[in-house]
Write a protein that binds this ligand. Structure first.
Ligand code: FAD
Length: 377
């Protein structure tokens, strides 16, 4: 006989875990399922950066809410290391100053700092390349695996159930109930679970999960491959995540281990999910970093890997109820899912359980106009 839950959340990445945890807190009997292990999708491949320096009031507010949640979580290696967007030309400075006005109006503590202050934050930086930068000292970093652990422990404590290596392969909606069929990845046995709510938090597989339900609307999300790299540990060198647009790359030193970790956004998007890590990325990323910090030349690369950004047309996440009553979706965080996750999951849980989120989420609903693009992608 099918087991009954109030809600089934499909996908054990940051968005599914945060949603399931917040729903359990609001009294929902939750089942969270993942076809792999918790964190086996994008979340376990992200570099742990958390910033609030976005370009629209909605994304700034969402990120500020997330930071206030990260700050309260115990045991996640949260560290307010800051984010420093490097200005390397007058045009870049003008763009940063324009956006900074919006950020400051939203109450974000962000400032434009001159070259000498940039160099005092990052003494090894190649001074020829920068004229200043925007700096928010309350941006930071956390360990994605420990954040997921925080949620998993919390869901279990609140009476929720988690099934890993369990793939959702069919979802039928009849009347007020969904019947979700799960297949155990190891034994291939199937089992049915009933619920009045289904949340699709399938990350890069959002559309695959969506296709399990008949009569649903298309989701405006495509997956793109992104590579990342981590070095061996070294002495504490600098705190903030450095974001550079010329050359394009972003990297930080992990507070916990002293390793340098980072990425760059490919000039030509690499669509899909089947893409391995490449030597070209490792060598190109290293050469970009060395242009900014030549003194890292002797640091050895430990490993590199590939993950996915779930991209929407405007670069902002999607969340909310679909055209099918009781079927909700959360995803498309476009490379910012880890930092948005805690607030986005909380807001979705509130919408589902109480009908109202603690902050405005109208700009993230599926019904929005997707034309206004996030400037700091
Ligand atoms: C290299 C890299 C660096 C990044 N750095 C950052 C960063 O510094 N800061 C930041 O905020 N973001 C970063 N991101 C983006 C971030 O990782 C993602 O936006 C975020 O993890 C998305 O979370 P998610 O929960 O939507 O998806 P995921 O973590 O992918 O979770 C989705 C889960 O759904 C499961 N699933 C799929 N289909 C099914 C099914 N049929 N049945 C059961 N389970 C299923 C999958 O197994 C998966 O575990 C980075 C991404 C990459 C690739």
């Amino acid at each position: 006989m099918a087991k009954v839950y109030d809600s089934i959340v499909i996908g054990g990445g940051i968005l599914g875990c945060a949603t399931a945890y917040e729903m359990a807190k609001l009294g929902s009997k939750v089942l969270l399922v993942d076809k792999g292990y918790i964190g086996s999708g994008s979340t376990g491949r992200c570099i742990g950066g958390i910033r609030q320096q976005f370009s629209t009031p909605a994304t700034i507010r969402l990120a500020m809410e997330s930071v206030s949640i990260f700050e309260q979580m115990e045991g996640i290696e949260w560290y307010p290391s800051g984010y420093l967007f490097l200005a390397q030309s007058e045009q870049e400075k003008i763009k940063y100053l324009e956006v900074m006005k919006i950020q400051q109006e939203m109450g974000l503590e962000v400032e434009f700092i001159e070259k000498k202050d940039v160099l005092s934050l990052v003494p090894m930086l190649n001074g020829d390349r920068v004229i200043g930068g925007t700096y928010c000292k309350r941006d930071g970093q956390a360990n994605p695996f420990l954040v997921l652990k925080f949620y998993v422990d919390g869901i279990k404590k609140l009476g929720g159930k988690i099934l890993t290596y369990s793939e959702a392969i069919k979802i039928c909606n009849e009347g007020n109930f969904f019947t979700t069929t799960l297949r155990d990845i190891n034994s291939h046995k199937t089992a049915e679970f009933k619920s009045s709510i289904v949340v699709n938090a399938g990350g890069p597989w959002l559309n695959e999960v969506n296709s399990l339900i008949k009569g649903n609307q298309q989701l405006p999300v495509i997956s793109e491959c992104h590579e990342a790299l981590i070095t061996e540990p070294t002495f504490p060198l600098f705190d903030p995540m450095l974001v550079s647009y010329s050359p394009s790359c972003y990297f930080q030193q992990l507070r916990g281990t002293g390793q340098i970790i980072g990425c760059y956004t490919p000039e030509q998007p690499i669509k899909g999910i089947d893409h391995n890590s490449t030597y070209n990325f490792a060598s190109e990323f290293s050469s970009r970093v060395l242009k900014l910090i030549p003194g890292l030349a002797d640091l050895r690369v430990l490993r590199s890997w590939t993950g996915w950004y779930e991209m929407t047309p405007d670069g902002n996440p999607i969340m909310g109820e679909t055209n099918i009553k009781g079927y909700w979706v959360i995803g498309g965080a476009s490379g910012h899912g880890f930092m948005f996750g805690p607030a986005l999951g909380k807001c979705l849980a509130e919408l589902i359980c109480t009908g109202k989120a603690c902050i405005s989420v109208k700009d993230f609903l599926l019904t929005r106009n997707f034309e206004e693009k996030e400037k700091f992608s």
